[in-house]
Design a protein around this ligand. Structure first.
Ligand SMILES: Nc1ncnc2c1ncn2[C@@H]1O[C@H](COP(=O)(O)OP(=O)(O)OP(=O)(O)O)[C@@H](O)[C@H]1O
Ligand SMILES: [Mg+2]
Length: 242
């Protein structure tokens, strides 16, 4: 998956905002990549452009061999439905459906049958077998996010995009969700791109890409919490000096 010379401009004239300026980044399969940077630096915009949720202004994005930026609406819908999973900060579960129904919803929408073994694997990994009959309101935030993780993985997508998946969780639930995401990468070979503000969360990743003002400014392999903190401090100084 990659972005090549991607520009994203919102609005025109005085209202113009350049959210991404000439971003090129390649994200390896089978890795957990964290995307960090100050508020407004373009993290969500980059994910949305990679996932085909938002159109690039120029440049191109690819998922596998597919040029996302060139797809028509119907093809985009299929790409998102069949090849991409999403996890949001606000969980976004359907309140009237049980945990089981929420997890299976992407398959139901795509008209696909669940593979029983994979459903069991995912459910056992999130550790919520005894809660499958509960509705979201009957689950804690951490449990809801684990259901959302299972929902994102049930279709075996090529890539899962997670926008601040632990942003609304206490540290224990956050750790559980991060453990689940990194197991999905290491044991099941999934590819995950995760936006986070938390250096400890970023340390679960194989690599951290830092954005500042819509540009990739740092690329940190094998991150530790300390290395991430160091880089954040350095960028903070740069940001303040602008
Ligand atoms: N739909 C939109 N219309 C106009 N401007 C937008 C839109 N979406 C984002 N922007 C602007 O683009 C820039 C990047 O926004 P983006 O949401 O990607 O930031 P972010 O890094 O995800 O920030 P945060 O950490 O606060 O979520 C910001 O200046 C934002 O105001
Ligand atoms: Mg954002």
């Amino acid at each position: 998956m990659r972005a090549e010379n991607v520009w994203k401009v919102y609005g025109t004239g005085a209202a113009e905002v350049i959210a991404l300026r000439d971003v090129s980044v390649a994200l390896a399969r089978g890795q957990l990549t964290a995307v960090m940077g100050p508020s407004g630096s373009g993290k969500s915009t980059l994910m949305h452009c990679l996932a085909g949720l938002d159109a690039v202004t120029s440049g191109e994005t690819r998922v596998g061999d597919t040029r996302v930026s060139g797809l028509r609406d119907a093809e985009l819908t299929r790409l998102r439905r069949e090849r991409i999973g999403f996890i949001f900060q606000q969980f976004n579960l359907v309140p009237t459906l049980t945990a089981r129904e929420n997890i299976l919803l992407p398959l139901a929408i795509a008209g696909r049958k669940p593979e029983p073994d994979w459903f069991d694997t995912v459910v056992d990994t999130i550790g919520l077998r005894d809660r499958l009959g509960h509705r979201p309101a009957e689950l804690s935030g951490g449990q809801q996010q684990r259901v959302a993780c299972a929902r994102a993985l049930i279709t075996r997508p090529e890539v899962v995009f997670a926008d601040e998946p632990t942003g609304n969780l206490d540290s224990r639930s956050g750790t559980e969700v991060l453990g689940f995401l990194s197991r999905s990468v290491r044991e099941f070979g999934r590819t995950i791109v995760m936006v986070t503000h938390d250096p400890a969360a970023a340390a679960y990743a194989d690599r951290v890409v830092f954005l500042l003002d819509g540009t990739v400014v740092e690329d940190l392999p094998a991150p530790t919490t300390d290395a991430v903190l160091e880089t954040m401090k350095r960028l903070d100084t740069r940001g303040a000096a602008r």
